[in-house]
Design a protein. Structure first.
Length: 443
């Protein structure tokens, strides 16, 4: 009798497993070989679709009588594949196409895929000329600028006056942009070192807290990701009103054979200048340099090095009293103190190692270093406090920033294409701040 029970148990355990066919694969961009995150793998009009992960991998359990799979993602041509002709390992190369809303698949699942789809649409169709334009892609996020073009923008999100980043966590390639204990304000997040054309995707979330994004997420977070591989070298030249000009270049450094070996490298540069619409010209200038190198150490490990540096200087008309405009002392775009302005620099180095430990486990180790310098003169109250020398102030600091992010991720699959992602992380940051200053100046 015991043997009969065991036989029945094996029968009912094995038969359902055999009735389902499991297909695994990876989806990449045909042009540059980059993995495509959140691509939709659908079983026609039946079954539950799945999404590819951040490295382009997916796993799908086919229902009965399913003979084809449809793969789509915004900005790429949809493809259909016969199940009988799928080989192992299965690498799907998707060709780029027009941004077509018909390729958007609505599913009952609630995950980041829906937000990623909306983000991809905005990133493809909206004109992006600056890092500030990238920030404005986040629904409900507004920016203001009140101390000249070189200071980090003032952020408003979810009803929060988030100052210059106090309540919004900002990161680029998992490196935090926010600076703790900054002379101008806690969480100061100057994103001007980011060249907008290099951003391939971004994520966002509304507060109040995300363990994987750390501090400053009371209102939310914004995370940008730059390209690992360039499609082609590009040069751009722009000009506009108020003596505004911008030049940008992205240069692919390695050959197609190197890319096929899993090796890529590129550099990008940007130069921008504008006087702005003000009576006192800003003379705002910014120089950016960015480089990235990737190499596959072996089929399961990828090493990435990123370098970026920028330098900016400006002068500003600053804030002016409404009373001064009403009484005709100055115009709306005028000024009362011509000695406001500043300069800033930031250099970043990032090293990241991605390791695939198994089909279910992945580990990421990332070290980063930043050197930062900031000097700013401003005057918000003019002669309200000091009627003789005036109220002009100076903020300044220099710092060396060291940090580490580590994460282990597990992907567990269940029946009916339901999966569970578990992440375990560790991070730390050390800031060595020099010459932090808030002082009164009368020169």
């Amino acid at each position: 009798m015991r043997n009969i029970y065991i036989s029945f148990f094996l029968l009912f355990s094995v038969v359902p497993a055999l009735s389902q066919k499991i297909i695994t694969g990876r989806i990449i961009d045909k042009t540059n070989g980059e993995p495509l995150q959140y691509a939709v793998i659908a079983q026609g009009h039946t079954g539950i679709p799945v999404n590819s992960d951040k490295d382009g991998y997916f796993r799908i359990s086919l229902g009965r009588k399913i003979d084809s799979l449809d793969i789509s993602i915004i900005g790429y041509k949809e493809q259909s594949f016969a199940v009988s002709k799928i080989a192992h390992p299965w690498i799907v190369q998707l060709e780029r196409g027009p941004v077509d809303l018909e390729s958007v698949t609505i599913t009952p699942q609630s995950n980041n895929a829906s937000f990623h789809t909306l983000s991809a649409i905005d990133l493809h169709i909206r004109p992006i000329n600056s890092a500030q334009d990238l920030m404005r892609l986040v629904p409900g996020l507004f920016l203001g600028q009140h101390h000249g073009g070189g200071v980090a923008e003032h952020i408003f999100l979810r009803g929060f006056d988030a100052d210059h980043g106090t309540d919004v966590n900002v990161s680029v390639d998992d490196m935090p942009v926010n600076l703790v204990s900054h002379a101008h304000g806690q969480g100061f997040s100057d994103l001007h070192f980011l060249i907008p054309e290099l951003v391939t995707s971004y994520e966002f979330g509304k507060g109040p807290y995300y363990a994987d994004h750390g501090d400053f997420t009371t209102a939310g977070y914004v995370a940008f990701h730059t390209a690992d591989v360039l499609d082609k070298s590009t040069f751009k030249l722009e000009a506009g009103q108020f003596k505004t000009g911008r030049a940008m270049a992205m240069i692919d450094l390695l050959s197609e054979k190197a890319k096929q070996r899993g090796e890529s490298a590129y550099i990008a540069g940007e130069a921008a200048y504008t006087n702005g619409p003000f009576d006192w010209p800003q003379h705002f200038s910014r120089l950016n340099l960015f480089g990235k190198y990737n190499v596959n150490i072996n089929p399961k490990e990828k090493l990435t090095f990123t370098f970026s540096t920028f330098s900016s200087q400006w002068r500003s008309s600053g804030e002016i009293p409404e009373r001064a405009v009403d009484e005709g002392l100055t115009g709306r775009f005028g000024y009362l103190d011509s000695l406001q302005g500043g300069k800033t620099n930031r250099t970043n180095i990032i090293g990241r190692l991605n390791s695939s430990l198994s089909e279910s486990w992945n580990m990421q180790n990332q070290f980063y270093y930043s050197w930062y310098d900031f000097s700013h003169r401003y005057n918000d109250t003019f002669f309200a406090d000091d009627s003789v020398n005036g109220d002009r102030l100076r903020q300044a600091e220099s710092r060396n920033l060291f940090g580490y992010n580590g994460k282990i991720t597990n992907q567990t699959y269940f029946k009916n294409n339901i999966d569970l992602t578990s992440s375990f992380g560790l991070g730390f940051q050390f800031n060595k701040i020099h010459n932090s200053e808030l002082s009164h100046i009368d020169d």
